[in-house]
Design a protein around this ligand. Structure first.
Ligand code: CAA
Ligand code: NAP
Length: 246
């Protein structure tokens, strides 16, 4: 397969790290953003020790100007970005009647505003080159809703609305746009859920366990090769059977 440049936002996190490692193992050159330089450099060293070289540039995905600068920095260092995985995300869980505007706005800006901020500076180049892969990391909770996550579920459902519109607009340009909707994966984000609540959630997963980041990375990689050129606008559930829409 041709070696391409891939940007995975939030690459330093649990799922992002696995996606980066998987895309690198397919021969692609990989980049990510960071906010905390010291933390990111330590992560970069750990990836290097695993044989994965990652280009990093600072950017808050909730800030359009920083995302524009990030896109140009990556292009300067590695060349045009052909594969984009919109993965960076946060939670601010609380029931809606207790939610404040900050908890709402932070989640919408980071999880949904980011798809505009990051995709917009990259889409024109993909259209000119007539090849692109854009993959949103949404969530099972964008599909089924979740107690305590009105902000997060709204943002994650919105990500797939973005996918299916962008897929239509860009199909003729060799660009596919798809969503991966993970269930509960063993990363810091899920470990932040109180243990008693988490064990009740795991009890609802037919496979009887949390997912692994590698299982999400595999699903993302499925959309990348040329053979996947006719798969666009899909929402791939990877959730151990916890939610089965059709
Ligand atoms: N269904 C029905 N009732 C529920 C419930 C549920 N799923 N979860 C909590 N409740 C009930 C409690 O039993 C309790 O009821 P009583 O008052 O009758 O005792 C009540 O809700 C508590 O409500 P509060 O408003 O007081 O809520 P709280 O301050 O205790 O916190 C919460 C509630 C923050 C939602 C907490 O339950 C929680 O953290 N839940 C997990 C949310 C979750 O799944 N987050 C996913 C994070 S990981 C992620 O997001 C990744 C991904 O995409 C999968
Ligand atoms: P994680 O380990 O907490 O990683 C999140 C990553 O996003 C980190 O690299 C973080 O960087 C980055 N990030 C957060 N806010 C950012 C911002 N404003 N600007 C730039 N980067 C930012 O979480 P994860 O579990 O890997 O989750 C990755 C994605 O999968 C998220 O979109 C999440 O919603 C989604 N997801 C996760 C699960 C799950 O069960 N874990 C399930 C479904 C969907 P910092 O280090 O700077 O914070």
């Amino acid at each position: 397969m041709q070696s391409r440049v891939a940007l995975v936002t939030g690459g330093t996190g649990g799922i992002g790290s696995s996606i980066i490692e998987r895309l690198a193992s397919m021969g692609h050159r990989v980049a990510t953003n960071y906010r905390d330089e010291a933390k990111a450099r330590a992560w970069q060293e750990r990836m290097r020790a695993r044989g994965v070289e990652v280009f990093m540039t600072p950017a808050d995905v909730a800030d359009a100007g920083q995302c524009e600068a990030m896109a140009r920095e990556i292009e300067k260092a590695l060349g045009p970005v052909d594969i984009l995985v919109n993965n960076a995300g946060i939670t601010r869980d609380t029931t809606f009647h207790k939610m404040n505007a900050q908890q709402w706005n932070e989640v919408i800006a980071t999880n949904l505003g980011s798809v505009f901020n990051v995709t917009r500076p990259l889409i024109e180049g993909m259209r000119e080159r007539r090849w692109g892969r854009i993959i949103q990391i949404s969530s099972i909770n964008g599909q089924k809703g979740q107690y305590g996550q009105a902000n997060y579920a709204a943002a994650k459902a919105g990500m797939h609305g973005f996918t299916i519109s962008l897929a239509q607009e860009n199909a003729k340009f060799g660009i596919t746009v798809n969503t991966v909707s993970p269930g509960y994966i063993a990363t810091d984000m899920v470990m932040a859920v109180p243990e008693d609540v988490r064990s009740k959630i795991v009890a609802q997963i037919p496979t009887g366990r949390l997912g692994n980041p590698e299982e999400i990375a595999y699903a993302v990689s499925f959309f990348v090769p040329d053979e996947a050129a006719w798969i666009t606008g899909a929402n791939l559930a990877v959730n151990g059977g916890q939610y089965m829409g059709w």
